[in-house]
Design a protein. Sequence first.
Length: 521
Amino acid sequence: MALSNLIVTAGAAVATALGYLVLAVYRHRSRINQLRKRGVPMPEGWSWFTGHSLVLLKYTSRFPPLANVALAMQEICRDFAESEMLVLEMWPAYDPVILSFNPEAGIQMSQKFNLPKPEVSRKSVEPIVGGLSVLSMNDNEWKYWRSLLNPGFSTNSLTDHVPYIVDCVEVFCDKLRAQTGNSVFSLNDFATRLTFDVIMKVALDVDIDYQRSEHILPTAINTITKWHSFWDPRVLLNPIRLVINRYYGAAIKNYIRKEMEQRFTELKQERLSSPPNISKRPKSVFAAKVSHQIHTFLFAGNDTTSSTIVFMYHILFRHPEVLSQLRSEHDEVFGPDASKAAATLKAQPALINQCRYTLAVIKETLRVYPPATSMRQGLPGVSLTTLNGISVPTEGFGIVINHQAVHQNPRVWPRVDEFLPERWLVPPEHELYPHPGAFRPFDMGPRTCIGQPLTLNEMRIVSIMTVRTFILRPAYEEWDRIQAQNVSLWSKMSSLFGKEEINTAGTHPSDGYPCRVSLVE
């Protein structure tokens, strides 16, 4: 009898759960169906059972298995040029989203309405940063922490850190020089180690020398990053992700706590032993801040910068005329002897600002290969308007501005398929002058990336200290031959439409960008 009652109770519980699930699915799908009937743009193939999940699968199947899902979203966007906005529904993997590549809608989202960050943003970055951070905070809490962090990115602070960056890039140059004449290597690995050394020095005033040795912290962060996604269902629904996040998240948290305790002790001793304002050592930007914010900048300051450095080298290889002009500018500003650039930068860091063409090359690289997308949460009473005039209510929707699609939108970018640093040097009346709201690698509005000036400084210094000394060539064909000799279930060679550098998880180039390096003769 007891067993019979247990079975009945369990059956009732299962039936109730299924009933709630069916009701939830119906509520989600019925709203999308109503919008579909109203003519709100969305891909064909929507289903009451799967929403747009199978549609997304169709687009992602066009790409290599590890390709960033944002590239599939860019492909979807190409089919909606008349509206520059569409609705995607993949519940329960993710709440319904408004996917936009309309610059005007982006301005509304991030500036006019300054819509909040969605809850999924907090859940996504929490395993990496250990808790709430400026990436996911909203309202007064975000304003408070942003105001505390802003001074660390003032002009004076950034100037103080130029010698640190130069020292790290000198190690990077030594590693490249040692690699000349040797086998194929991963440029992405070299760049990631460089940028991690820089952000560790800036954020914690710690030199871990990751370029020449292994370290648990970057290993943990890089591993979590590979399993990071804001809204890729292939990642979000993978149970292994939870194990990875928990294990490596604990490793990150423990290390940061230990370093902060040590820094607090050092700061107390400095205050006791030194009169105020006599220390000439640049202060750590985040030494007195909570560990969650440090986690944030270790993640963001490393990942996006390293990938952009790699893509910059790739573009310079593909465009020798740009490389030649870049070298000419460095000769003009720093003198013809490239070996003296490091010492000159340390003595006169303001010379960086004279490298206008260098900055233009970096910006154009960021246009072609933007490192991320923007995400916000819709609100009651707030609607966005498609290019062809259809009003889309945002309440209950996540809003994604696909930067790849915005940056490749031919309506707002003349000669969109050409790499033209000149578009960043022309006056406003010129046809190439960037359209307002169309350049978003660091987002826009009040929540623009706080680390943008540091990132641009770092990339300029890398360019100044390397492009006149080294020639970097992609070696994908050679890499494929090596991989073909070691075929396994866990490795799959892939290239797409001849674009071997295609973004993978974390917006890094595929296979770590295998390349060879030689010295400029």
